[in-house]
Design a binder for this molecule. Structure first.
Ligand SMILES: Cc1cc2nc3c(=O)[nH]c(=O)nc-3n(C[C@H](O)[C@H](O)[C@H](O)COP(=O)(O)OP(=O)(O)OC[C@H]3O[C@@H](n4cnc5c(N)ncnc54)[C@H](O)[C@@H]3O)c2cc1C
Length: 396
């Protein structure tokens, strides 16, 4: 049994460089940015310098050719400062561009991916609609063929990076009669689009990560901007879901770690009843639980990432072990992260209720991970479905 839970020297170097950048560049801005709910405009140019943008992309697209373990580690490390901005990077680079890389033509990839690596292009992905959330296949956005174009009508909600993105990948019904078999994936450059309106959504958490309501009114998209072929949208969508769920675990892991670190520090400094509060066993119990939950979450996430990296196609989907592992990793990381966030607030007492403390932001951001990328309920449904499939044989 080969069990080695240590990161390689290369992975540790990645972690160190991202952490130094996050603490030096991002941390000093965070309180203000959170207050005004703004993404730092240079974010993607900065992450380009760190080699994060094309972290799994092939060299020909400007990528670094690392794996999903490294991607998760990069997202965890950004999230030690900002869970929300780690998600913003992930929404662009993993949800939008990595899935584009898996499914687009070589010509499309050469046109788009190098600019995503340099930070010139920011991406967003639109699946969710006002009336199609967990039941994503019931989406109602329509793409009607007229000559050599598709005319798009409908709307997408909760789209991370929608208000700042350049490239928008999304799903629409091209053959509504066929249900899930009549869905296609598209991309377009938002700067070229007429008829698209973007409204920024106000949120109490994940502030700094811009979220949009995107409305299409007769938006024209050239027919060659289909991704993966006509009516192949479900295959495109599912090819990236597992890597999305796994790498986004990094967002919650970073918050978990920061909450534990801040709580340990605060508990040792804060004196009540003549002693540091860390000397009280009720506080010690919380710290011990936070540690166990973080370590277990970390194992769930990185073991799923390492398993994914070991697969030739690095892809999951219905009927695969990766599907179960990815859903389980995000379910566990999300729920434990929310508990850790609550414990961190509790340890900080009244100060934990004030916006100047980093734990407050981490707690507010963290709650998203019981909802986004498929809710906790949906993840449980996936895990149970995969456990109950007839040929389920491995992975316990
Ligand atoms: C900040 C933020 C960023 C996001 N970013 C993106 C993005 O970039 N792109 C994108 O496409 N989407 C994005 N989303 C959308 C997100 O994926 C959805 O919110 C999520 O899938 C849930 O959909 P819903 O909000 O419509 O909830 P609903 O599906 O309406 O669910 C409401 C409740 O019912 C439960 N429920 C639903 N069906 C079942 C069932 N069968 N059994 C048991 N319980 C059920 C849910 O678990 C939930 O608790 C984002 C959301 C947020 C809040």
């Amino acid at each position: 049994m080969a069990l080695d839970f240590t990161f390689t020297e290369e992975q540790k170097m990645l972690e160190d460089s991202v952490y130094r950048w996050a603490m030096d560049w991002l941390e000093p801005q965070m309180e203000h940015l959170y207050e005004v709910d703004e993404m730092p405009p240079d974010l993607f140019k900065e992450t380009a310098k760190l080699g994060i943008n094309g972290i799994v992309f092939e060299e020909k697209y400007g990528g670094t050719e690392m794996g999903y373990v490294e991607t998760t580690l990069a997202y965890e490390t950004i999230a030690r400062v900002s869970n929300a901005l780690s998600m913003t990077v992930g929404a662009s680079q993993t949800l939008c561009f990595d899935n584009f890389r898996r499914n687009a033509t070589e010509e499309q990839k050469m046109e788009i991916l190098p600019k995503s690596v340099t930070g010139e292009y920011i991406g967003c992905l639109g699946i969710t609609e006002p009336n199609a959330g967990s039941d994503a296949m019931s989406l109602a956005t329509k793409a009607e063929k007229k000559g050599d174009k598709y005319i798009i009508n409908g709307s997408k909600i909760f789209i991370t990076n929608g208000p700042v993105a350049d490239i928008f990948t999304f799903y629409a019904k091209t053959d509504p009669e066929k249900g899930p078999h009549g869905i296609s994936a598209f991309w377009f450059n938002m700067k070229d689009a007429k008829g698209l309106t973007v409204e920024k959504i106000k949120k109490w958490g994940h502030r700094t990560s811009p979220t949009g309501l995107m409305t299409f009114e007769d938006v024209e998209i050239p027919e060659d901007q289909l991704i993966g072929g006509l009516n192949k949208g479900v295959a495109v969508l599912t090819s990236g879901l597992c890597t999305e769920r796994i790498t986004l675990c990094g967002c919650t892991l970073g918050s978990q770690r920061r909450c534990l670190e801040e709580s340990l520090k605060y508990a040792k400094e804060r004196v009540q009843f003549g002693k540091p509060i860390s000397s009280f066993q009720l506080i010690q119990g919380k710290l011990a639980d936070m540690y166990c939950d973080y370590k277990a979450s970390k194992w769930m996430a990185y073991s799923a990432a390492a398993y994914c990296d070991s697969l030739e196609n690095k892809s999951g989907g219905k009927g695969t072990d990766l599907d179960r592992m990815a859903a389980a990793a995000l379910l566990y990381c999300g729920e434990k992260g929310t508990k850790i966030g609550l414990d961190a607030i509790q340890i900080h007492g009244g100060y934990g209720y004030c916006t100047e403390y980093a734990v407050t932001r981490h707690f507010l951001d963290q709650k998203l991970w019981d909802i986004g990328a498929g809710t906790s309920e949906v993840r449980r449904i996936i895990i149970a479905r995969e456990l109950m499939r007839d040929n389920f044989a491995s992975g316990l």
